[in-house]
Design a protein around this ligand. Structure first.
Ligand code: AMP
Ligand code: GLY
Length: 429
């Protein structure tokens, strides 16, 4: 089988690393890829928004499966494009079409969907330019903290959680009237604040049947103890400590199954990953957000724990035999630590030399913002790499991981030294 992975981050390196182990694989391509995907796939120098060139490439190389890493091409309809292009009808896209991708592309769409199918989520109301005054009055009636969410994609920045009513009102107006997050905040979802433990649950689905992947917890803030600015993700552990058997049963019954039935009822043909961003409130799961792809850095923590052949599962989706396949998960637990360029998520330098990766023996280094120049590895982004170790417990995986990370060096390297800190403190919140 020939596979094309779209994207260029640590997540895509992890996918290529995993797919490259498949006995079913002939050729693997990453578009555009990075220095990590280049070690296990052939990188393709094309832009992710150039659907027409991507389509021609798929045809030229006889690609069977296209795995879409990030959300933007999905929200922009890459699956529809591929499926409607002459000669590509048989290509299987792992990722939803444009309507399915609205689960992530529009928070208003996602909330309406959840309300319609009784999927537990925070109470909310959506406002736009016409209903701004009602929105301001709605805020007055509610209690702090106030949660304001830009409806559209805002690169993970479109959510504001505010303590003061006046600030919440000013921000709501600025999101809608001044387009603080561009077109994405022309509509704003105002939502009840939920207090609890966040975790990520992932499934792979053929639209009807599903397999639950290992769960994960990610660490979004730049600073230790979950402080400071939000980032794309500074680390992850798998499994999520709060995801015990009873909780996962509730997730399946109250969230996964109703979501798939809802998609079917709406006539949305969804094949691919669904990433449920959940919050556990007193033992009950609530959906904070849907993502229509895998998470980054969660993928780097989750895939090394999957023993099954991912291509075999994709093949099951293609041939309608997905329900007969099995997702085998290792008993080993995992921990991923993201190494970032100093200054990230604000200004940071690029092009700094990286050393020591070849000395890492007991962890897997997934390249993220990295590139190779004349045989040397250089930093090329804020999140530079994601380092994953496995162990019989998350604590053991973390210990190994931090020892291995000591071997890696680049100018102004920064990383959180407290990933998994709740485990040591014996608290999960
Ligand atoms: P989102 O982009 O929807 O995942 O929101 C970003 C982050 O904001 C989440 O990871 C949560 O930490 C927080 N958040 C979002 N919605 C809520 C909510 N209703 N209650 C509490 N925290 C929330
Ligand atoms: N780590 C969160 C995400 O990928 O959206």
């Amino acid at each position: 089988m020939n596979v094309l992975v779209l994207g260029s981050g640590g997540r895509e390196h992890a996918f290529c690393w995993k797919i490259a182990q498949s006995s079913l694989l002939n050729n693997l391509y990453a578009l555009p890829g990075n220095s990590g995907t280049a070690t296990c796939a052939e990188n393709v120098d094309l832009k992710l928004d150039n659907f027409s060139k991507i389509g021609s490439f798929i045809k030229d190389k006889n690609i069977d499966f296209v795995l879409v890493g990030p959300e933007v091409p999905l929200v922009n309809g890459i699956a529809n494009y591929i499926q409607s292009k002459k000669g590509l009808e048989k290509v299987v896209v792992i990722g939803p079409d444009q309507i399915g991708a609205q689960l992530e592309g529009s928070k208003d769409f996602a909330k309406n969907f959840m309300k319609k199918y009784n999927i537990p989520c925070a109470k909310s109301q959506t406002f736009d330019r016409e209903s701004l005054n009602e929105g301001l009055a709605f805020l007055e009636k509610n209690k702090a903290p106030f949660v304001l969410k830009a409806d559209g994609l805002a690169a993970g920045k479109g959510v504001l959680i505010l303590e003061e009513i006046e600030e919440a009102k000013t921000e709501l107006a600025s999101m809608i009237l001044d387009e603080k997050f561009g077109e994405a905040s022309a509509k704003v979802v105002v939502e009840q604040f939920l207090k609890g433990t966040e975790l990520s649950v992932f499934i792979l689905t053929d639209g009807r049947n599903y397999k639950v992947l290992p769960t994960a917890k990610d660490y979004k803030r730049i600073g230790e103890g979950d402080t400071g600015l939000n980032t794309g993700g500074m680390g992850a552990i798998s499994p999520a400590p709060s995801a015990d058997e009873l909780f996962m049963k509730r997730v399946e019954e109250q969230i996964i199954v109703p979501t798939l039935r809802g998609l079917e009822t709406e006539g949305i043909n969804y094949q691919g990953f669904i990433f449920f961003g959940l919050i556990e409130v007193k033992g009950s799961p609530f959906v904070i957000e849907y993502n229509v792809r895998m998470g980054d850095p969660e993928t780097e923590a989750v895939l090394p724990r999957i023993q099954s052949d991912l291509l075999d599962l994709f093949e099951g989706i293609a041939s309608n035999t997905f329900s007969e396949k099995d997702m085998q998960i290792s008993k080993d637990e995992s921990a991923t630590v993201v190494l970032v360029s100093g200054g990230y998520p604000e200004e940071y330098a690029k092009g700094k030399s990286i050393s020591g990766i070849n000395e890492v023996e007991k962890a897997i280094v997934f390249h993220a913002g990295m590139k190779e120049k004349n045989g040397d590895l250089k930093t090329n982004g804020g999140r530079v790499m994601a380092v994953t170790a496995l162990g019989s417990t998350i604590e053991r995986a973390l210990k190994k991981n931090y020892q291995e990370i000591e071997k890696i060096k680049f100018s102004k390297m920064n990383f959180r030294k407290d990933i998994g800190y709740e485990l040591n403190e014996g608290v999960l919140n």
